[in-house]
Design a protein around this ligand. Structure first.
Ligand SMILES: [Zn+2]
Length: 164
């Protein structure tokens, strides 16, 4: 509960009378000026990189499934690949606990040298896109080793590494 001292006198006066009425009033005001408020928000995030970054982080934190779906869809769009995952597919991918290749326990966050076991979504066959049946869950290490290699290339590489 917000303490009254942090509210402006204008708010105190309104909420003091009838909070329900105040909510109805602001909803009505929003509905009447919807275009104005939408435009205001658009320019707010366009002209203010800091606010846009905060919004990005808030979405990432509060809606991880939707955020991942959005990020994968964007990536497919940029690369011009097919995309047909649903929220349920992404939820299933995010609930996988172990890397499908090496079996190590997965952690959150961005994969890096210091965090090799971060969860990443793998496009099994590169070019086929993020579609059901062509996605896997790998740790960052396995995914960067795999990259866009074909099974033949990986076998050749493994043979080379064993010869050393
Ligand atoms: Zn792995």
């Amino acid at each position: 509960m917000q303490s009254i001292s942090t509210l402006s006198s204008r708010h105190v006066r309104r909420y003091w009378n009838d909070p329900e009425k105040e909510r109805a009033r602001s909803r009505r005001k929003y509905a009447e000026n919807r275009e104005y408020y939408c435009q205001k928000n658009r320019t707010r995030y366009r002209d203010n990189p800091k606010a846009a970054a905060m919004l990005y982080l808030r979405r990432k934190r509060e809606h991880p499934v939707e955020f991942t779906l959005w990020r994968l869809r964007n990536r497919s769009k940029v690369r011009g690949r097919p995309f047909s995952l649903t929220l349920l597919d992404v939820e299933a991918l995010l609930s996988v606990e172990a890397c499908e290749s090496c079996g190590s326990a997965l952690v959150g966050g961005q994969p890096s040298r210091l965090r090799p076991r971060a969860r990443t979504i793998d496009e099994r066959v590169h070019g086929k896109g993020y579609v059901p049946g062509n996605v896997g869950v790998l740790c960052g290490r396995c995914n960067s080793l795999k990259s866009d290699a074909s099974p033949i290339e990986i076998r050749q590489l493994a043979a080379y590494v064993q010869r050393i």
